[in-house]
Design a protein around this ligand. Structure first.
Ligand SMILES: Nc1nc2c(ncn2[C@@H]2O[C@H](COP(=O)(O)OP(=O)(O)OP(=O)(O)O)[C@@H](O)[C@H]2O)c(=O)[nH]1
Length: 204
């Protein structure tokens, strides 16, 4: 059974908990305690495959603006980066998060994993108060080679489910690519033995 780990990141109040809970329960709950971080777990079936999903919803208060992200980067297989379309500062924060992710992927040459990132413009129901254009979100996503959508955790249940499903599907695809690249156990053992003893034999 696959184990999938997803981190939902963004600035305070962007709607990380609302989106996560909407996906997990199909319900929109107006207020969440923002002083505690959560790892939600769910068993689900995606494309006929059973998997255990963990979703990390951090407490943004103490880390706001720090962007260290080191723990999340090591832990997660994929990321949902959320901003609030009626809050330009949250867009700037999302942009900084994407740059931080990109830098770490470049440093680690994790090109395969790069696309398991979804940029989400939340609170689309507040479009009368919009501060960030759809095209700005789309461009930021294109520049960072990630997927993008605008939606409302408050009003769009199916869109939220579709967004999470897409990012989970990307993660499982990345897993499959990695599996293909990794030599099988017996082959890699043979290679190891060959490296050790083959070289020694040559030097004798
Ligand atoms: N109008 C509207 N409000 C939303 C939407 N999503 C979340 N909210 C509201 O935005 C506020 C913040 O939502 P949260 O889900 O707690 O945001 P968060 O990013 O988890 O915030 P922190 O836990 O403080 O980091 C709450 O009052 C939610 O009800 C949305 O799609 N539309």
């Amino acid at each position: 059974m696959s184990e999938l780990k997803l981190a939902v990141l963004g600035s305070r109040g962007a709607g990380k908990s609302a989106l996560t809970v909407r996906f997990l329960t199909r319900r929109f709950i107006g207020e969440y305690a923002s002083n505690s971080e959560c790892i939600y777990t769910k068993h689900l079936c995606l494309d006929g495959r059973q998997m255990n999903l963990e979703i990390y919803d951090p407490c943004s208060q103490p880390r706001q603006g720090k962007l260290s992200l080191t723990d999340e980067l090591h832990w997660a297989d994929g990321f949902v980066i959320v901003y609030d379309i009626s809050d330009r500062a949250s867009f700037a924060f999302a942009k900084a998060l994407l740059y931080r992710l990109r830098d770490s992927h470049l440093a680690a040459c994790k090109r395969v994993v790069e696309s398991a990132v979804f940029l989400v413009g939340n609170k689309q129901d507040l479009c009368h108060m919009r501060e960030v254009g759809w095209d700005e979100g789309q461009k930021l996503a294109m520049d960072n080679k990630c997927q993008f959508c605008e939606l409302s955790a408050a009003e769009h249940c199916q869109e939220v489910v579709t967004m999470f499903t897409k990012v989970l599907r990307t993660i499982t695809t990345n897993f499959k690519v990695k599996e293909k690249r990794r030599p099988s156990g017996s082959k890699s053992m043979a290679k190891l033995i060959n490296n050790m003893f083959g070289k020694r034999r040559k030097s004798v």
